[in-house]
Design a protein around this ligand. Structure first.
Ligand code: PHE
Length: 453
């Protein structure tokens, strides 16, 4: 494989949209608004921004560095850097990618099914009871959620078979602007409602009394998941970056735009919720139960609702492409598999295990009764990947770049051979990635193991 010409993205704009497509996902649209609201709004946001700055951006730059320097998948990259003993970081990433995909593809399936349901008008004149019932059926039916999960994986597989330029680049470059446009349309509608002020207040109100030690750790965890870091996604994408891409700037732009989309999602959801006196309820409830109820009560509601779920499915799909690409690049380059075969193998594995995650939500009593550490299979995959593998992967990546890479090499790769003089920025990055990021990540990790009480 070494001799074969590797694909790259064709421009810095393509790099930006692909990376942003990975970052923006289900995390922005339901997790971020709810978590922010429940943790004191503006105060929590401030902490989240700091996490993005001191953990998110440094780890993202580190992954870009490892990827573009080696032009390799997440495992092979460490071999090429002559640190084969660090290959375990990449292997952990491949494992994390699989575990996340097992449940993420399931949730993406619900979103796809909601696009379909809103188009055929299933939410017209819906009541609270009916909306709850529909959601329950969507997640716990023994057949339909599996069918939708299959559709999602099929779409992702087809895009990936087209490769880096014709697949990932073309799709993200087309869909990311559409996503921005859709969210702006929905925001304009939401912000002209009676409950707009209350909704905005809910999101930005600084109330430090609601901030606990836990909120800080939740903010750190969210930063990991949001920016798709800690599992080699950004190593893999970085390996396709153009030579002249200014990677510290790309990391900053992606982190900023991703946060902006999270805020815009919050601004779309909460004014609607407050206008109709709904509870700003938790996660899946907010997106899948509340949103159909409130949107269909608006003029042009059915159209808005359909747009909203199309937007969410775009976000989920482009995020998934980046997760699936991690094992695909690994199988193709380390195991010498043809790309198409690698895509089919990866999606097949995700589907087989993903079905267990889906059925553990009620579709099959035998599977949903199976619990390990008090968690069903769905929650187990989520817990192990988000709370253990991502922070651990991020920690090792920060340590690797901070202590095992020569500063001159960083100057060279991140400074683009003198094309852009980033020396001062690289100095600051180096300090943070050596001393600040690892310590912060150790704190998250200990908390996720319950060691900080
Ligand atoms: N960032 C994505 C989201 O917010 C999730 C993701 C995590 C994607 C890890 C790739 C890798 O939904």
């Amino acid at each position: 494989m070494e001799g074969k010409k590797r694909e790259t993205f064709s421009s810095s704009l393509a790099v930006f949209f692909a990376t942003l497509g990975s970052a923006i996902g289900l995390g922005n649209i339901w997790r971020f608004p709810y978590i922010t609201g429940m943790n004191g709004g503006g105060g929590f946001l401030l902490i989240y921004f700091l996490c993005i700055l001191f953990v998110g951006i440094p780890i993202m730059i580190s992954e870009f560095y490892i990827g573009r320097k080696t032009r390799s998948n997440a495992v092979g990259a460490f071999r090429k850097l002559n640190h084969s003993n660090f290959k375990f970081i990449g292997l952990m990433g491949v494992l994390a990618a699989f575990l996340i995909m097992f449940f993420y593809s399931s949730v993406a399936g619900w979103v796809y099914s909601y696009v379909f349901k809103s188009i055929i008008g299933e939410f017209n004149n819906i009541t609270v009871e009916k909306s709850k019932e529909l959601f329950n059926l969507t997640i716990s039916h023994p057949f339909y959620p599996i069918l939708w999960q299959f559709v999602v994986l099929l779409v992702v597989a087809i895009i990936l078979i087209f490769g880096v330029k014709k697949g990932i680049e073309r799709v993200t470059k087309t869909l990311m602007p559409v996503l921005f446009l859709l969210i702006l349309i929905i925001d304009i509608r939401a912000l002209t409602l009676d409950g707009a002020r209350e909704g905005v207040n809910f999101l930005i109100n600084v109330d430090f009394s609601k901030i606990t030690r836990d909120s800080i750790l939740i903010a750190l965890g969210l930063a990991f998941f949001k920016l798709s870091i800690g599992m080699g996604t950004m190593i893999t994408y970085g390996s396709y970056f153009t030579r002249e891409n200014n990677m510290p700037a790309t990391a900053a732009k992606v982190a900023f735009s991703d946060t902006l989309v999270s805020l815009l999602a919050g601004l779309a959801i909460f004014p609607v919720v407050f206008t109709f006196n709904m509870e700003p309820a938790a996660g899946p409830g907010l997106l899948f139960i509340t949103i159909p109820l409130v949107f269909t009560k608006l003029p042009l509601g059915t159209v808005l609702l359909t747009l909203f779920f199309i937007l969410t499915s775009i976000a989920a799909t482009t995020a998934m492409i980046s997760m699936v690409e991690v094992p695909v690049a690994y199988f193709a380059e380390e195991k010498g598999m043809e790309r198409k075969k690698a895509v089919l193998l990866t999606t097949a594995i995700i589907f087989v295990f993903g079905v267990f995650a889906t059925l553990s939500l009620g579709g099959s009593p035998v599977i949903s009764n199976f619990k390990l550490f008090g968690k069903n299979i769905f929650d187990l995959f989520d817990y192990v990947s988000s709370n253990i593998l991502l922070p651990l992967g991020g920690l090792f990546i920060a340590i690797f770049v901070g202590y095992f890479v020569k500063k001159e090499d960083l100057y060279q790769e991140l400074g683009n051979f003198g094309l852009i003089n980033n020396q001062r920025i690289i100095d600051v990055f180096y300090l943070i990635v050596r001393y600040v990021t690892p310590i912060l990540v150790i704190v998250i990790f200990l908390n996720s193991l319950g060691l900080l009480g």
